[in-house]
Design a protein around this ligand. Structure first.
Ligand SMILES: Nc1nc2c(ncn2[C@@H]2O[C@H](COP(=O)(O)OP(=O)(O)OP(=O)(O)O)[C@@H](O)[C@H]2O)c(=O)[nH]1
Length: 306
C-alpha cells in the first residue's frame, strides 16, 4: 500500500522472468523495452545469457534480466546455466513467472515454482500468462485459474507480447514492486550488453533459423574482430566465428556450396546494420569445436565463465 501513497517517488530496480524454455520470456522483454535486445527463436533454450533490457520512464527505471529457460541439466553448460538462473532470482526485486496460454500448466512449472520458493522466498512473484493471442478468452481464463493453483502470486496477468496486449500494465505491476531509488543507468541506455555480444547473438539467431534436432544447442557465435574500415566512418568490418560440435553440423550450417551460410550472413548483416547505424561487411567463418558444451576451457572462450 505504501507504494500508492508515495506515487511521486522515482523507482528503480531489477526484475527477471522465469519459466520453461520457449515460454516467451525473451519476446516479452523485447516488447517491454520496445527494441530488440534478447534474441528469440522457436527453438527452446535460445537464451544463454543474462541479457538486460532497460525500461526508462519519467517515473521509473526497470532493469530486466533475461534468464535462460529452466530445464534438467544434461551438460556442463546446462548445469552452469541453472546456477546462473538461481543466483539471479535472489538478486532481483520482482520475478515474473511465465506460462504460455496455449500449453498446459505442468510438472515443469511446479518444479520452477518450488525452486523459486526455496531460492527467493521473499521476492514478490507476478504470474504471467503469455501468448494470449494464441488462445481463446475461455482458455486464458482457465489458464489463469490453473496458474493460481501452482503457488501464491502477488498478481496474475495475461499478456501478449506479439499483439502488444497488456504489456504496459505488466510494466506498471513490475515497477510497483521496485524500491524508491534514483536511476541506475543513463537515460538512453537500453542494455549493458557489450555490442560484440549483441552482434554475435544476432548471427547465432540467424543461423538457428531452419536447423533442427540437437544442432541449435551446438551452435555458438563469437565476434573475433570488429572495427571501422580504414578511412571510412560509414562501413564496419566484422568477423564472426560460428562454432559447431561436429563436422556433420558444419556441413549443415554451410549448406550446398556455402549457400545457407550466405543467406544467414545476409539476414544477420541487415540487423547489425540497423543496430550500428553503418553499413557492415560481415565475414562468417564456421569451425568445429568438439563437444564445446562439455569442455570448461571452450565454455570460457565462448564467454560462459559464469
Ligand atoms: N503468438 C505469440 N507467440 C509468441 C509470443 N511471445 C513469444 N512467442 C513465440 O514463442 C517462441 C518462444 O519465445 P521466446 O521469447 O524465445 O521464449 P523464451 O521463454 O525466451 O525461450 P528460451 O530462450 O528458450 O528460454 C518464439 O517463437 C516467439 O515468437 C506471443 O505473445 N504471441
Amino acid at each position: 500500500m505504501a507504494r500508492k501513497t508515495d506515487a511521486a517517488a522515482h523507482r528503480s530496480g531489477f526484475a527477471c522472468f522465469v519459466g520453461r524454455p520457449n515460454a516467451g520470456k525473451s519476446t516479452l522483454l523485447n516488447a517491454l523495452v520496445g527494441t530488440k535486445i534478447a534474441i528469440t527463436s522457436d527453438k527452446p533454450q535460445t537464451t544463454r545469457r543474462a541479457v538486460r533490457g532497460i525500461v526508462t520512464r519519467p517515473d521509473a527505471q526497470l532493469v530486466i534480466v533475461d534468464t535462460p529457460g529452466m530445464h534438467k541439466p544434461r551438460t556442463l553448460l546446462g548445469e552452469r546455466l541453472g546456477d546462473l538462473v538461481r543466483s539471479v532470482w535472489s538478486d532481483v526485486d520482482v520475478v515474473g513467472f511465465c506460462v504460455p496460454a496455449d500449453e498446459k500448466v505442468g510438472p515443469g512449472d511446479r518444479r520452477i515454482a518450488a525452486e523459486l520458493s526455496e531460492q527467493a522466498p521473499k521476492t514478490p512473484i507476478i504470474g504471467i500468462i503469455t501468448k494470449t493471442d494464441k488462445a481463446t478468452p475461455q482458455q486464458v481464463a482457465e489458464q489463469l485459474l490453473a496458474l493460481s493453483k501452482v503457488r501464491d502470486f502477488a498478481e496474475v496477468i495475461p499478456v501478449s507480447a506479439v499483439a502488444d496486449s497488456q504489456v504496459d500494465v505488466l510494466a506498471d505491476l513490475l515497477i510497483d514492486r521496485l524500491p524508491v531509488s534514483p536511476r541506475l543507468y543513463p537515460d538512453a541506455e537500453l542494455t549493458d550488453e557489450p555490442m560484440e555480444t549483441r552482434i554475435a547473438e544476432l548471427v547465432r539467431e540467424a543461423s538457428l533459423d531452419g536447423v533442427r534436432d540437437e544442432l541449435p544447442h551446438s551452435l555458438a557465435a563469437l565476434v573475433t574482430e570488429m572495427g571501422p574500415r580504414e578511412g571510412r566512418t560509414d562501413l564496419t568490418d566484422i568477423y564472426v566465428t560460428i562454432f559447431v560440435e561436429r563436422d556433420s553440423q558444419k556441413a549443415i550450417v554451410l549448406g550446398h556450396q556455402g549457400s545457407r551460410l550466405s543467406s544467414v550472413g545476409r539476414r544477420a548483416r541487415l540487423q547489425i546494420e540497423e543496430l550500428l547505424g553503418t553499413r557492415v561487411y560481415l565475414n562468417l567463418h564456421v569451425t568445429v569445436a568438439k563437444d564445446w558444451q562439455r569442455d570448461p576451457r571452450q565454455l570460457r572462450k565462448l564467454g560462459f565463465d559464469l
